[in-house]
Design a protein around this ligand. Structure first.
Ligand code: CS2
Ligand code: MG
Length: 405
């Protein structure tokens, strides 16, 4: 099965998505997600200029060799642009292999380990009451696990709580440059335990709760937060500190029994190696779309399982339904699956452009058995939704100092 063409599409049916379509001489095509939020066009250039010309004419069945060729063969290894580009190609090749075999990708990985995929949703609000109302709605919809984020009193704007009100695309409609948000660690640390206390007081101990720090703390601050949240029994505390220094997680770990999760910005197994080997974390949150595809995530998953670490793939709205479908295939197989982040697919336009065989019910996703990833992409329909330049915000302290993500 020879690769005859590789098409790269960019569209914005509510969010920007980069979609890879590998075409073959057997008439089959495979689809992959290569979306990197805020850096979409850099990935498009890498795919168009540096990957596509090297792959035309190769055997689409040689997934491993193509992965090694794009990773080891590039000389300049790793990095988000390279690894997201490799991911788009790798996913499309797994989709093709599944279609050629007449089997869903999870069968090729080793078969089904579970019937359905447990997910966590996001509850956000401008106040504790607001956030708890949103949590209540999730519980009514059957969610067994929910992430809580709340506006920090005294801070004008908090990342992650805009859902249902505005998103950054709207915020930027007249000025497509990175928005800026204030950050104050003291206000944050003094407030967050109150949110979780209120949630447990109102909803009891059954519902699993999570929280995302977005890497804003130092190790000792994260240790304090982890300790103060222990009475509220979180499923995990996500990205408490930046992870460039993998050994920093040991400090947090040694001070608290709150489980820790990290990995959404990782782009290779090497970013997680020490964290996993030293069992400094409980969940690895890397995404198929950003960590080099299914081939790479299968390796990360197996490596993590040796160290009692479970996978909890990053599932934001800035991963396309193709990336979510790849996660569903991986999660159906992975013996050490933990939980999947899932906030829905954001509406009508997405559903006109993408087809996928995933359905939410009662706190879980189920995957319909279809060959490959079980997805499709309508490139003509997608033309109605052209790319819109957009950025994630940056954080600054009150005195103007640029702060960590
Ligand atoms: C978040 C994301 O889903 C998460 O856990 O951290 O919203 C993240 O900020 C975005 O995906 C960045 O593109
Ligand atoms: Mg996160």
């Amino acid at each position: 099965m020879k690769i005859t063409d590789i098409k790269i599409f960019v569209s914005c049916p509510s969010r920007n998505f980069v979609t890879v379509r590998i075409e073959t001489d057997e008439g089959l095509y495979g689809l992959g997600d290569a979306t990197l939020n805020g850096r979409e066009m850099a990935v498009v250039a890498y795919l168009t200029e540096h990957i596509k010309p090297c792959l035309i004419g190769r055997d689409a069945h040689q997934i491993e060799d193509i992965w090694q060729y794009l990773y080891k063969g590039a000389y300049w290894r790793r990095g988000p642009i390279t690894m997201t580009s490799i991911a788009g190609i790798d996913m499309a090749l797994w989709d093709l292999k599944g279609k050629a075999a007449g089997m869903p990708v999870y069968q090729l990985l080793g078969g089904r380990s579970r019937d359905k995929i447990k997910v966590y949703g996001h509850a956000n609000g401008q106040s504790i009451d607001d956030t708890l109302n949103h949590l209540g709605k999730h519980i009514e919809e059957g969610y067994k696990a929910v992430r809580l984020q709340c506006a920090i009193p005294g801070l004008a704007g908090t990342y992650g709580i805009l859902a249902g009100k505005k998103d950054y695309y709207e915020l930027q409609s007249n000025r497509p440059l990175p928005p800026e948000q204030p950050w104050d660690t003291n206000k944050y640390l003094n407030f967050i335990p109150n949110l979780f206390k209120a949630a447990r007081d109102q909803f009891g101990s059954e519902i699993q709760l999570l929280h995302d720090v977005h890497s804003r703390l130092t190790p000792i601050e994260a240790a304090r937060l982890g300790k103060e949240l222990e009475p509220y029994n979180l499923l995990f505390l996500e990205d408490p500190i930046p992870a460039e220094n993998q050994s920093n997680y040991k400090h947090v770990r040694h001070h608290t029994t709150t489980p820790l999760a990290v990995g959404e910005v990782f782009n290779s197994i090497w970013d997680a190696k020490e964290l996993i080997e030293s069992h400094s974390i409980d969940y690895i949150r890397s995404a198929v779309t950003h960590a080099g595809g299914i081939t790479a995530m299968r390796r990360i998953t197996d490596f993590a399982s040796l160290h009692s670490v479970r996978i909890a793939p990053h599932g934001p709205p800035d991963i396309s339904p193709i990336g979510h479908a790849a996660h569903a295939q991986l999660n159906t197989w992975a013996p050490n699956f933990g939980i999947q982040e899932f906030v829905g697919f954001g509406g009508k336009a997405i559903n006109e452009v993408f087809e996928y065989s995933l359905a939410y019910a009662d706190g879980h996703l189920t995957l319909e058995d279809k060959p490959g990833l079980g997805v499709d992409y309508d490139d003509l329909e997608a033309k109605k939704y052209p790319y819109k330049r957009s950025y994630l915000p940056v954080s600054r302290l009150e005195d103007g100092t640029l702060w960590d993500w």
